[in-house]
Design a protein around this ligand. Structure first.
Ligand code: MTE
Length: 330
């Protein structure tokens, strides 16, 4: 069943962050920002205007929602927005929230080019207003063995790409993040940026991109994305490790050959192109058999649980990989 949801009051009880929690969270984070952010990185990173300065700028979205799966416990919004990887803003988990708040996300354009009959550039904010957005509550699994359940808002990547009329030579889809060293301290300094060769790039095979579970997300928890989660538009592919979810995308190119991907370029033995969640294949430095679910509750209530093949989406996506040795194509 689809419910049209416009207001926060439509959200089920467990999805709402009380305003009081919000306010206190804000002040706690501001406090941290003044000390750790600057001291920790020796002043290499601009402090920004404090975490959650951009929170006030997040806009409510108009979207449809499937009836929530009662078995899925959501990761609280404060954890989704404060435990991130976005190396353009530093390699620590709280660096993105700390350092990305001044990222200018409006206006923003996204170019689709390459093997398409109708290449073009879209105004992302207009796209958001003109597209039927839907909420997708997805289990997410990071290669670092933590997981979250996140209520994304977005639209199917495949439907979006179809508008540009991919040609028969379009075998892969290459994605690129904004390159703007002035705004992104990690792009100015190799240490802050974790050694990645920027701009951050990612890729999917065309059938993966066209799969209805693959979305371009423009929001979470009913509002536009905060910068640290990849505002204004990012990729979400729930059966793959989190690093596939490239943030703040400015370019999508349909191509004939498998495109390079940032983590594969940096550490090819550890990160392959496919990056399907596979508990049977260990990361060279740790096991992938289980994960720590970041849910409601404090640090000591973090639950370790078994990781499922394809992150639990095997029924929907395993057929994309028939006859492939997924140990070889990791
Ligand atoms: N996109 C860009 N541009 N830069 C990054 O460093 N990190 C990736 C991915 N997308 C990253 C990125 C990794 S390693 C993960 S786990 C996810 O973003 C984290 O997404 P989240 O902040 O929504 O949890």
């Amino acid at each position: 069943m689809l419910i049209k949801s416009r207001k926060q009051s439509d959200l089920p009880e467990n999805q709402i962050t009380p305003e009081s929690a919000y306010v206190s969270r804000r002040s706690v984070i501001r406090g941290l920002g003044a000390g750790l952010g600057l001291a920790g990185l020796g002043g290499l990173v601009t402090a920004g205007t404090g975490a959650f300065a951009a929170e006030a700028k997040r806009k409510p979205l108009d979207f449809t929602r499937d009836k929530p799966d009662p078995d899925l416990v959501l990761t609280p919004e404060a954890k989704v927005t404060n435990h991130n990887n976005f190396y353009e803003f530093g390699t620590g988990k709280t660096d993105p929230a700390q350092n990305s708040q001044d990222l200018k996300v409006e206006p923003w354009t996204l170019t689709v080019e390459g093997e398409v009959a109708k290449p073009g550039t879209v105004d992302v904010w207009k796209l958001m207003a003109d597209t039927n957005l839907e909420e997708r509550i997805y289990r997410m699994r990071c290669v670092e063995a933590w997981s979250m359940v996140i209520p994304w808002v977005g639209f199917e990547l495949g439907k979006f790409l179809a508008r540009f009329e991919p040609t028969s030579r379009a075998k892969y889809v290459a994605f690129e993040t904004l390159y703007d060293p002035q705004q992104m301290p990690g792009q100015r300094n190799r240490i802050v940026g974790g050694g990645i060769d920027y701009p951050y790039v990612e890729g999917l095979r065309i059938d993966e991109a066209m799969h209805p579970l693959s979305i371009l997300s423009v929001g979470l928890y009913g509002k536009t994305l905060p910068p640290q989660n990849g505002a204004p538009i990012r990729l979400v592919v729930p059966w793959k490790y989190g690093f596939k979810g490239i943030k703040s995308i400015v370019k999508i190119k349909l191509v004939e050959k498998m495109p390079p991907t940032s983590w594969n370029k940096l550490l090819p033995q550890e990160y392959g192109f496919y990056a399907n969640v596979n508990p049977a294949v260990d990361h060279p430095r740790w096991s992938q058999a289980s994960e720590r679910f970041i849910g409601p509750g404090g640090l000591f209530s973090v639950k370790r649980q078994k990781t499922l093949p394809f992150n639990g989406y095997g029924e929907e996506v395993a057929s994309l990989y028939t006859n492939m040795d997924l140990r070889k194509f990791y």
